[in-house]
Design a protein around this ligand. Structure first.
Ligand SMILES: O=C(O)[C@@H](CO)OP(=O)(O)O
Length: 248
């Protein structure tokens, strides 16, 4: 007995292309990102991994990616649930900043601490900053708790309640579940599923637009630790590109 879970990071976004820290800023996909998303859907169909339900964040790059992938896989009709708990990590005061410029200004150690350390968040973003989400109606339910920065540990802590309350029940029903989300919200889930240490998670990057398939046992532990990329070769190149961001 096993469960099928598919993780899909959104395709390239406008700010991925521009090399800007994005976090909760709601930017669209580029044309390349739309193509990647559609290719993701083709891979699902080719591997006969057709989702029965989809969960997305509240950010259009994940929503559009899910839509384009499901359109290609002819599964636009499946039920969809969206939740802020799947959102990208809030990047605090770095939101909207150029990655290469930030690396140059603060040096490699500080840059990598902000990008990949488990428990050091970037400085908080001012509530009235142009890239702040304070007051955004989509987060009205959060009241004063709208984040102004997050580290990966914060993302693990806010993602897991959703995993337990909303994703596990779908898996238990025997549904193939697609999670369309973000580089760091998916790193948070992978850390939990694979039991990756706080140190080792720094070296784990997730490429855009390539479905990552997990087969889970009856306790929701991976039967294929690390998951299986549906296009492993493309994934290796794309993982390296994410790791090298800023260094150009
Ligand atoms: O900018 C961001 O929000 C994320 C994902 O694109 O970037 P990084 O990979 O640097 O954490």
């Amino acid at each position: 007995m096993s469960y099928d879970l598919i993780l899909l990071r959104h395709g390239q976004s406008d700010w991925n292309e521009k090399n800007l820290f994005t976090g909760w800023v709601d930017v669209p996909l580029t044309e390349q990102g739309r193509t990647e998303a559609a290719r993701g859907g083709e891979l699902l169909a080719e591997h006969d991994l057709l989702p029965d339900v989809v969960h997305t964040s509240l950010l259009q790059r994940a929503i559009t990616t899910a839509h384009l992938a499901l359109e290609t896989a002819d599964r636009l009709w499946i039920p969809v649930t969206r939740h802020w708990r799947l959102n990208e990590r809030h990047y605090g005061a770095l939101q909207g900043k150029d990655k290469a410029q930030t690396l140059e200004t603060y040096g490699e150690d500080q840059f990598m601490t902000w990008r990949r350390s488990y428990d050091t968040p970037p400085p908080e973003l001012d509530a009235d900053d142009e890239y702040s989400q304070v007051g955004d109606p989509r987060y009205a339910d959060l009241g004063d708790a709208v984040p102004r920065t997050e580290c990966l540990k914060d993302v693990v802590e806010r993602f897991l309640p959703y995993w337990e309350s909303s994703v596990i029940p779908d898996l238990k029903d025997g549904k193939t579940v697609l999670l369309a989300a973000h580089g760091n919200s998916l790193r948070a889930l992978v850390k939990y599923l694979d039991g990756v240490s706080d140190e080792d998670i720094a070296g784990l990057n997730i490429p855009t637009g390539i479905p990552l398939h997990y087969r889970l046992d009856e306790n929701f532990a991976p039967l294929n630790p690390g998951g299986t990329y549906l296009d492993p070769e493309a994934a290796q190149d794309a993982i390296q590109a994410v790791a090298n961001q800023g260094k150009k």
